[in-house]
Design a protein around this ligand. Structure first.
Ligand code: ZN
Ligand code: ZN
Length: 189
């Protein structure tokens, strides 16, 4: 039976769990096992901001490894990650960076609705995302405007899900219905 905090279709997934944290404490993948099991997640994407994908495979479910790159200053990208997220830095218009984002083979625009990130024309951005096959992330921490996601989905844009957990207890969250099934996301190209 489905855990009742997953309303989507397909596999129950979370593609934005931080393996490196901004705080002093570091968690291991094993620390995340309980929320993953309790929420019946089937695919987990662990994310780092930099370095090599030197995670250890210790859990018995599907794990992907992602890198969350800061735009516009991206820097070196280590090989071996399964997918890439774009974190648009404060004060930048996502639209201004979309060509660079596509060039860096980004799969997902992370948290497009943080307080200081903005987009001057969402409709135009949706078209660009469609053209490049990039998903928009519904981020459990910064995604209050559900109508925006609904209109993205209506235009055919993929909406991925990410808790943006920086600690195991932060990975408990509700996945809304309009999130694109994992099977339909184009992850890792
Ligand atoms: Zn971020
Ligand atoms: Zn993040």
């Amino acid at each position: 039976m489905r855990n009742n905090n997953f309303y989507g279709k397909g596999k129950n997934y979370d593609l934005h769990i931080h393996f490196d944290t901004h705080v002093g404490k570091r968690y291991s993948i094993l620390d995340y096992a309980l929320p993953i099991i309790e929420q019946e997640r089937e695919i987990i994407g662990f994310v780092k901001h930099s370095g090599k994908p030197d995670f250890k495979k210790v859990l018995d479910f599907e794990v992907l490894y992602g890198i969350e790159l800061r735009f516009p200053i991206v820097g070196h990208i280590a090989k071996g990650y399964d997918y890439r997220l774009a974190h648009v830095s404060d004060g930048f218009d996502i639209l201004d960076l979309i060509d660079l984002i596509a060039k860096k083979k980004i799969d997902i625009i992370a948290h497009p609705l943080t307080q200081n990130t903005w987009c001057s024309d969402w409709e135009y951005l949706f078209e660009a995302l469609l053209e490049h096959g990039i998903a928009l992330e519904y981020n459990a921490k910064y995604s209050s405007d559900e109508t925006l996601y609904q209109s993205a989905v209506n235009k055919g844009v993929s909406v991925s899900f990410g808790s943006d957990a920086h600690a195991p207890n932060e990975s408990y969250c509700i996945i809304p219905k309009f999130v694109t099934p994992f099977e339909e996301l184009k992850i890792g190209r």
